[in-house]
Design a protein around this ligand. Structure first.
Ligand code: NAD
Length: 260
């Protein structure tokens, strides 16, 4: 049994979590630290959120670093990864969990909103993956990149038009980068969460929409952020998921398998 559990150990590894100050990213920070990793917690505006995650990591006896970066700005991401390199020597695991959302009707979406959502949710995942992969290749680290997709990424979800397109792009990018980086021993996968109340969807989850989501979710409830941890640690660990790359794994109470 202990040998089996060792497959999931991240002891001695360094993880970077973009969006680590958020609700799901914050839970992932704690899960990675509990599995043994030192963690770099990224924030764009919520520094105190990142600092409170840092305390959680340190309570678990791991080292941590708070990094500021805006995923729209490749230079700020590069700078943050340089800080990780000087603190920890490199990065083994990257979790891409930045996210912004909006419910603007299709005919009213302006260029600023379109660019902001696509740039943060999609372009930023590309930039961060490329920077982390370059560091992994340079240091011969057989790393794991985990992107956070969404239930809206495959069959379009009502209201969240631009967000859905950004997450469809994340799925495609996951598969493309899995091909691209496999020769270097780097795996790229995605988690596809269903519905978990958080900051970016607080305004969207009205009572009417919640009822509609529950009607369409075989398990008839929201997820708890900690319910993503098992799949996350499995994907993060090279020993546990060594032959898994290009996968998009739903953790959604059955939402994406339900029709009528
Ligand atoms: N909560 C859900 O139900 C749900 C479902 C599916 C997917 N997701 C995805 O999970 C991830 C985490 O979202 P959450 O629900 O915890 O929301 P959240 O609002 O709590 O977290 C979003 C994170 O994105 C970061 N962020 C925003 N703009 C950024 C920028 N310009 N640069 C860098 N980081 C930026 C924020 O700082 C925050 O840490 C997102 O990718 C989201 O799309 C969430």
């Amino acid at each position: 049994m202990n040998q089996l559990m060792d497959l999931f150990s991240l002891k001695g590894k360094t993880a970077a979590v973009i969006g680590g100050s958020g609700v799901l990213g914050g839970e992932m920070v704690k899960a990675l630290a509990a599995a043994g990793a030192n963690v770099a917690i990224f924030y764009s505006s919520n520094q105190s959120g990142a600092q409170s995650q840092q305390k959680e990591v340190e309570k678990l006896g791991r080292r941590s670093l708070v990094c500021h970066a805006d995923t729209r700005d490749e230079t700020s991401l590069k700078k943050a990864f340089e800080e990780i390199e000087s603190e920890f020597g490199g990065v083994d695991i990257l979790v891409n969990a930045p996210g912004v959302n909006s419910v603007t009707p299709v005919m009213e979406i302006d260029e600023e909103e379109w660019d902001r959502i696509l740039d943060i949710n999609l372009k930023g995942v590309f930039y961060a993956s490329r920077i982390a992969a370059a560091m992994m290749i340079e240091k011969n680290i057989k790393g794991s990149i985990i992107n956070i997709s969404s239930a809206s990424s495959e069959i379009p979800l009502s209201k969240v038009f631009t967000y859905s397109i950004s997450k469809a792009g994340v799925n495609n990018m996951t598969r493309f980068l899995a091909r691209e980086f496999a020769p270097d021993g780097i795996r790229v996968n995605a988690l596809l969460p269903g519905f978990f109340p958080a900051e970016q969807n607080r305004k969207i989850l009205t009572q009417e929409r919640t009822e509609s989501i529950f009607r369409h979710t075989p398990m008839q409830r929201f997820g708890e952020p900690s319910e993503l941890s098992g799949a996350l640690i499995w994907l993060a660990s090279n020993a546990a998921s060594s032959f898994v790359t290009g996968a998009v794994i739903p953790v959604d109470g059955g939402f994406t398998s339900m029709t009528i």
